[in-house]
Design a protein around this ligand. Structure first.
Ligand SMILES: NC(=O)c1ccc[n+]([C@@H]2O[C@H](COP(=O)([O-])OP(=O)(O)OC[C@H]3O[C@@H](n4cnc5c(N)ncnc54)[C@H](O)[C@@H]3O)[C@@H](O)[C@H]2O)c1
Length: 323
């Protein structure tokens, strides 16, 4: 492995800006280059990130200076590009949701095992010291029996931005689910509801709420919304709360706010960039020195199982078991 780890981006849309900034701050990593489907955006972003621009994804994965590939394209293409990168011997960080179906996520996991490379899901939200402390307290039993877990996301996004994304269940809920599993373990049953509250022309949901029974015995409530910001004194912008019989813990984006517009947000939630930076740093460490990611490909398989259970719950108007 070269030092620093040479990284290539497949896809250079919005989220690539966060990863580019992250890599700049990691001494053991270097952004070598990118490929993006639309050449204009590729040229603009390659100049902005001061990196090489490849004519195709195939050319990028064949560059020996690239050790690891970040798959930053739309969900439907993650399987194709992750497989291409791994079969060319590259480690992979694949953005969430890892793939479109449980079978596709499992296929990515087995390709990583066959090729002997690191493959990590882009589960950034859990890369937070305070969530690691919360998990340690929960696992040590210091909060007693888990009663309830809330993972709430309320960040308004314009309809224009949302039109490039697949809706709350597919786009945001994965964050809520892997965060929940990191803290309190797997869910066993799901019931979902969705609504359109803000969009005027888009017909996909901008609000999703889900109730989950948990293996540990408690119940979880997840909310994913692009419909409105929460302007209250104690906003649930991205808020995690775990209530146990012997204690409680909470984490919120609102502890660090910069009063200027974010990439798709009305203000900059400093913790958001920090989670991506921490995630990328952790990925580079795993590539260089081995060790376990905070969220594994098995967790990604489970996250997708929950997404699909929620979709079945919505389609059939019932509570769906998750196995
Ligand atoms: N972890 C996070 O917090 C976070 C935040 C935003 C997005 N994401 C994820 O990152 C991924 C990209 O999201 P984004 O916000 O950058 O979206 P985006 O729409 O800004 O960019 C997506 C990129 O995918 C490319 N693309 C589209 N169709 C393609 C195809 N058929 N073949 C090759 N490339 C294609 C486009 O060229 C575009 O540049 C998604 O999986 C999304 O869920 C994660």
């Amino acid at each position: 492995m070269n030092h620093p780890v040479g990284i290539g981006f497949i896809g250079a849309g919005e989220v690539s800006q966060l990863h580019a900034k992250a890599i700049q701050s990691i001494p053991e990593a270097r952004l070598v280059g990118l490929w993006n489907l639309e050449p204009d955006r590729a040229a603009e972003r390659a100049q902005l990130y001061q990196c090489r621009r490849y004519a195709s994804a195939e050319e990028l994965v064949q560059d020996p200076e690239i050790d690891a590939v970040f798959v930053l394209t739309n969900l439907e293409t993650h399987l194709k590009f992750s497989t291409l990168a791994m079969e060319n011997g590259k480690h992979v960080l694949v953005e969430k949701p890892v793939a479109a179906t449980v079978a596709d996520v499992a296929a990515i996991k087995s390709t990583a095992e066959r090729c002997g490379v690191v493959c990590v899901p882009g589960h950034n939200m859990i890369h937070e010291d305070s969530l690691a402390r919360a998990r340690a307290l929960i696992q040590a039993g210091d909060l007693g029996k888990i009663v309830s877990c809330y993972v709430m996301y309320n960040i308004h996004h314009s309809e224009e931005r949302a039109s490039t994304l697949p809706g709350m269940v597919r786009h945001i809920l994965t964050h809520n689910i892997y965060t929940l599993m990191y803290l309190v373990g797997r869910p066993t049953r799901a019931a979902g509801m969705i609504a359109v509250r803000h969009y005027e022309t888009l017909t996909r949901e901008d609000l999703a709420m889900v109730l989950l029974d948990l293996e540990c015995g408690g119940i979880a409530h997840l909310c994913a919304s692009f419909a409105a910001d929460d302007f209250s004194a104690d906003p649930w912008t991205f808020m995690v709360k775990v209530i146990g019989t012997a204690g409680t813990t909470r984490y919120t984006y609102q502890d660090w706010v910069e009063a200027k517009p974010g990439i798709s947000h009305s203000q900059v939630y400093s913790a958001y960039q920090q989670t991506i930076t921490n995630e990328d740093r952790h990925f580079v460490q795993v590539c260089l020195h081995g060790g376990q990611p905070l969220s594994s490909m098995d967790d990604a398989v489970w996250a997708q199982k929950v997404v699909e259970a929620v979709e079945l719950s919505l389609a059939e108007n019932r509570i769906v078991p998750i196995a």
